[in-house]
Design a protein around this ligand. Structure first.
Ligand SMILES: [Zn+2]
Ligand SMILES: [Zn+2]
Length: 100
């Protein structure tokens, strides 16, 4: 059984390198892409990561929408077999969960 967060593979999401981020981004207090301070309501949890180091990527609602859009352009599965990509469906679900 795989969970939603496990479907969000780091390579498919193009997560930033935590070594280059500030402490607030690494602990999930700020968006891992745009460094916006997050609140409990606005934060999108991208799942705890243990590689390349232990960190907690979270992002804002604008960035999860941007990630959803850009994923389709860089994913072979989405081009060749639309509708079968687990990353795309996980991203869509996160966008839905955080749509206001
Ligand atoms: Zn952001
Ligand atoms: Zn895909």
């Amino acid at each position: 059984m795989t969970s939603l967060r496990e479907d969000l593979r780091a390579d498919a999401l193009a997560l930033p390198d935590p070594a280059k981020l500030n402490a607030d981004q690494v602990r999930g207090g700020h968006c891992c892409w745009c460094d916006t301070p997050l609140t409990a309501e606005s934060a999108v949890d991208l799942g705890e990561r243990r590689e390349p180091e232990h960190w907690f990527p979270r992002c804002c609602t604008a960035c999860i929408r941007a990630a959803d859009r850009s994923h389709i352009g860089m994913c072979e599965t989405c081009v060749e077999e639309p509708g079968t990509c687990q990353t795309a469906s996980a991203l869509r679900q996160l966008v839905r969960e955080h749509a206001r």
